[in-house]
Design a protein around this ligand. Structure first.
Ligand code: BTN
Length: 259
């Protein structure tokens, strides 16, 4: 039975979105926020929302497409003080759980985390995360976390037929501003928990919601297909799997994807 999360119990102070910038259009919010921070340093938790991106970036050098003024397209600047590179995957956990939790409140039991950067509802992708880190002296200097969350888009390109949105799930147009606010609040809750130091329970919550946990599934790897069962995620964020012959495997992001 997966652990449930109640972000309403949080009275934590607001870091994420305390400084908020809204623009109509840019190439990529990740690129722009990073440039803005280089020109004049911005505070931890600054969020940049765009109505439209002309060159949205996805993971592994892919593109991210979204209809204009329809979905959440934002980037969050994180500057946790004195944050060791060994804990980098905690940033991924905080952001992923934040998005997971807000969706789980509306679609309980239907939301899954697809390691390492996607959120699915009914096994269809609703959100993707692109984390771009800058490291200096074994510490995280800053992280730019891009989030694309499908809110009101109902038509997706042919190659994204496994996509869904809030509107597709509810059959109703959703208030973009509500989802922006609720998502930031939820991410803030987990970011504050991360700054205080995640407990083993937080990591168990993350793992308990992974798609493919303790299930035999077919995976795609570089040289073909692989049947494996997720057993966990290690401290570096590598996916831990067991093969049919009981062999143990550790995968880095990009090396394996569920079929
Ligand atoms: C993925 O699933 O491949 C990650 C997608 C991340 C998309 C978001 S949209 C806002 C931010 N700006 C970008 O250029 N990309 C991220």
């Amino acid at each position: 039975m997966p652990y449930r999360i109640d972000t309403e119990m949080s009275d934590s102070y607001q870091i994420i979105g305390h400084n908020r910038i809204d623009i109509a259009e840019t190439t990529s919010t990740n690129t722009l926020l990073s440039q803005m921070d280089q020109l004049a340093p911005l505070p931890d938790g600054t969020v940049l929302f765009a109505g439209h991106q002309t060159a949205g970036k996805g993971q592994f050098a892919k593109s991210w497409f979204s209809e204009p003024n329809t979905n959440i397209l934002c980037s969050i600047l994180l500057k946790p003080a004195d944050f060791p590179v060994q804990s980098l995957f905690d940033v991924n956990i905080a952001i992923t759980l934040g998005i997971f939790a807000v969706l789980d409140q509306h679609f309980p039991g239907c939301v899954k985390i697809k390691w390492s950067n996607d959120i699915l509802v009914h096994e269809k992708k609703i959100a993707g995360i692109l984390i771009e880190n800058q490291i200096g002296s074994q510490k995280l200097s800053r992280s730019v976390v891009g989030i694309g969350l499908n809110v009101n888009q109902i038509h997706f390109p042919e190659n994204l037929h496994q996509a869904t949105s809030i509107r597709m799930l509810t059959q109703q147009e959703a208030a973009l501003s509500y989802w922006q606010h609720a998502t930031l609040k939820s991410i803030n809750y987990f970011y504050v928990r991360m700054l205080q130091g995640f407990s083993p329970i937080d990591k168990k919550i993350y793992i308990s919601h992974l798609i493919g946990l303790h299930e035999w599934r077919q995976w795609r790897i570089a040289d073909g297909a692989f049947t494996g069962m997720i057993t966990g995620v290690d401290a570096q964020g590598r996916l831990m799997m067991k093969g049919l012959d009981q062999s143990l495997h550790l995968w880095n992001p990009g090396e394996i994807t569920i079929i």
